[in-house]
Design a protein around this ligand. Structure first.
Ligand SMILES: C[S@@+](CC[C@H](N)C(=O)[O-])C[C@H]1O[C@@H](n2cnc3c(N)ncnc32)[C@H](O)[C@@H]1O
Length: 245
């Protein structure tokens, strides 16, 4: 109930969604489990496509913003042929707490540093990173032009940004089926397993508000990125955007 009030207040204030951090802190213990169930493990495939798209070099410095429980950061370390340094940043402490043992289990402590930070207050110098990734995070950030400019500033010249996000499929029978699943079934399953009714109602709502792929690509260009391209995944229910500084 309180989350719903925060949600409405954030929308009224047209500010960043203050309830988002609380929501992820609450659902953190069930987050990985529910991702796998609700996406039928497609989330694993999408993150792998994201990490496969990155040009990692020996010593690459990577920021995985909105890293959550660390799957992208771990995927990057797994993919890298040599040593890389990944900073996994997120403002939800409970998500980061879950990332830590996963990183330790993978023996990747020397390659990944976890940082508790808001995307708009990153504790990094300008032109620090060769790569920035953000998976399923940008949908939760209201001021997309501003955050894209922030990413542009944090990248070194020649650096690259990869954004993975959920999307709505184009018109057709698959969309009808998917919408039924996403808007009706998913909130029920999410509520059942997480005990939180709000988070899994907010999820389809936030996806429906995410700009079309062409519009988001234009936002990236407007923020200064070049060679912007995107790839629709699994009949368009996720999209991977890539751009260069
Ligand atoms: C859907 S989860 C994605 C987590 C992870 N990237 C993954 O692939 O599973 C979204 C994450 O974005 C984080 N997030 C949302 N807005 C943020 C912000 N302004 N600053 C930092 N983290 C943010 C949330 O705390 C949450 O952990």
């Amino acid at each position: 109930m309180k989350l719903m009030q925060d949600f409405e207040m954030s929308i009224d204030n047209a500010s960043e969604l203050s309830f988002v951090r609380k929501m992820f802190d609450i659902i953190a213990p069930r987050y990985d489990f529910l991702n796998k169930i609700l996406s039928l493990r497609q989330d694993v495939v999408w993150r792998r496509i994201l990490t496969d798209s990155l040009k990692l070099k020996h010593g690459s410095k990577v920021l995985d913003m909105a890293c959550g429980t660390g799957d992208v950061a771990l995927g990057i370390c797994k993919k890298a042929a040599g040593p890389v340094k990944v900073y996994g940043a997120d403002f939800a402490g409970e998500m980061l707490k879950l990332a830590k043992p996963k990183i330790e289990k993978a023996g990747a402590q020397s390659m990944i540093d976890l940082v508790a930070a808001d995307a708009f207050e990153p504790p990094f110098r300008h032109e620090s990173f060769d790569l920035i990734t953000i998976a399923f995070g940008i949908r939760n950030i209201q001021n997309k032009p501003k955050i894209l400019s922030e990413f542009f500033t944090l990248l070194k010249p020649g650096g690259a940004l990869a954004v993975l996000e959920l999307a709505s499929p184009g018109p057709g029978p698959f969309r009808d089926l998917y919408q039924y699943y996403f808007n009706r079934i998913l909130p029920l399953v999410g509520r059942f397993f997480s005990g939180n009714s709000f988070a899994y109602t907010y999820l389809p709502d936030s996806v429906s508000k995410f700009p079309t792929a062409t519009r988001f690509a234009t936002m990236m260009r407007n923020a200064g990125f070049s060679s912007v391209r995107y790839r629709k995944l699994t009949l368009g229910i996720a999209v991977l955007f890539l751009g260069q500084k």
